[in-house]
Ligand binder design. Structure first.
Ligand SMILES: Cc1cc2nc3c(=O)[nH]c(=O)nc-3n(C[C@H](O)[C@H](O)[C@H](O)COP(=O)(O)OP(=O)(O)OC[C@H]3O[C@@H](n4cnc5c(N)ncnc54)[C@H](O)[C@@H]3O)c2cc1C
Length: 388
């Protein structure tokens, strides 16, 4: 197959626009097609971008605008009941940057060509290219199609109808900015294992405290979760975190309608086929680690850039996809495996609960050795200039 000239990128979240920016840098024309009818301005909660993710954003020229609207986390603590630990930092690595998801989308969308209201429903590939069909009946043609359509990916099923789907972690994410204050200094994030559930918090930029919970809950779609009245969510949160300090106080002080329900947390098991013919996957569609990794967005950004780099340097499409998978699979599966261990502590089954004191001791010991755990994740850098 000949060198790629045009790309249809499905999904205007994080991986999609970053892929389009990186492809443009590689001299390849790309358009992003997003199912939602308009940009997600002002919608959704916050995410933390890891230093490796910020370094990757730098390659496509958006790390500075992203950093300008983020707040850095210089200090991380962990609390388990009354035990309180300061987590050692990685030497010479920048801070986590916490950003409103909609700010990141806005920054990426400012430069990437995105068409909204285009929900992919089918794609057919032939010797000369791929034809994508959207729910509104329109079609586009391109040399290749990138599925950056998230954890519930349509493209994944088009590549391999037998592909696994996402696993529900057993937790729903809810967050808010409470007017209650905490004693920690600005730039601190505390990971708190409460009596019945995990939450995290830190002083907010404009005063008060930002907090988020990983609430043990039956699975709900985002529509179902948002259909539940805010007061009911607040009660549910108080049932789980009400006795925790400061978790209970943060929730009590927050008006119910200021809670942001971000929805169910999923992870992707290893995906056997990352590509087929002219279609390939990137981001959560192929490697969603749990949010416990703090790496989902950063890995999505890295993969989008590495895919563009492979397409830049390797003329044969399938050879480029194969090289992309070689560069990425081991790394993303390692991160996912580490995060899965943390998840099993956040939402333990009956056996896990019985073993919890031992598991927790091992977990805390590991947390004190960041070079072993998060070091390889956060020190990773893509060498864009180096030809493959
Ligand atoms: C509550 C929560 C908190 C998180 N916190 C963090 C964090 O702190 N740090 C971190 O690194 N990661 C975090 N993550 C993970 C992170 O959000 C994801 O890893 C990241 O968004 C993946 O980007 P993506 O572009 O691959 O997928 P997404 O961001 O999911 O984007 C996929 C896009 O594709 C669109 N789409 C879907 N189907 C179609 C279709 N058929 N046609 C067209 N478009 C389609 C969707 O509308 C969406 O816009 C969190 C996730 C959740 C749920």
């Amino acid at each position: 197959m000949a060198r790629v000239r045009t790309v249809a990128v499905i999904g205007g979240g994080i991986a999609g626009p970053v892929a389009a920016l990186a492809l443009r840098k590689a001299g390849i024309e790309a358009t992003v097609y997003e199912a939602y009818p308009h940009p997600a301005h002002g919608i959704g909660g916050t995410i933390a971008i890891a230093p490796n993710g910020m370094a990757a954003l730098d390659i496509v020229g958006v790390s500075e605008p992203a950093a300008a609207v983020s707040w850095p986390v210089h200090r991380q603590m962990m609390t388990v009941g009354r035990t309180r630990l300061e987590l050692p930092a990685l030497a010479g690595v920048g801070p986590l940057q916490v950003i409103h998801r909609s700010d990141l989308y806005r920054i990426l969308a400012a430069d990437a060509p995105i068409e909204y209201g285009r929900r992919l429903v089918a794609a057919v590939q032939g010797p000369g290219g791929v034809t994508a069909t959207f729910a509104d009946g329109t079609e586009v043609q391109a040399d290749i199609l990138i599925g950056a359509d998230g954890v519930h990916s349509t493209v994944r099923g088009l590549i391999d109808p037998g592909a696994p789907g996402p696993h529900y972690t057993g937790m729903i994410a809810v967050e808010g900015q409470s007017p209650a204050t905490v004693p920690e200094e600005a730039g601190t994030m505390v990971f708190a294992f409460g009596k019945k559930g995990f939450y995290l918090y830190g002083p907010a930029l404009g005063g008060g405290t930002t907090f988020g919970v990983n609430l043990p809950h039956r699975p709900l779609t985002i529509a179902e979760a948002r259909a539940i009245p805010p007061a009911q969510w607040k009660n549910t949160l108080l049932e789980i975190y009400g006795e925790d300090s400061p978790g209970g106080d943060l929730i009590r002080a927050l008006p119910a309608d200021e809670l942001t329900v971000n929805g169910a947390l999923h992870i992707m098991p290893p995906v056997p086929h990352w590509y087929r013919g002219r279609m390939v996957l990137a981001g959560d569609a192929v490697h969603a680690p749990s949010n416990s990794s703090g790496q989902g967005a950063s890995l999505a950004i890295e993969s989008a850039i590495e895919l563009a780099r492979c397409l830049r340097d390797i003329p044969d499409i399938e050879a480029a996809f194969a090289q992309y998978e070689r560069l990425r699979r081991r790394r993303v599966e390692k991160v996912a495996a580490r995060a899965a261990k943390t998840n099993s502590i956040k939402a333990p089954g009956p056996i896990g609960k019985a073993l919890m004191p031992v598991v927790m001791r091992v977990f805390m010991k590991l947390a004190m050795k960041p070079e072993k755990t998060i070091g390889p994740e956060q020190r990773y850098r893509i060498d864009w200039a180096r030809p493959l």
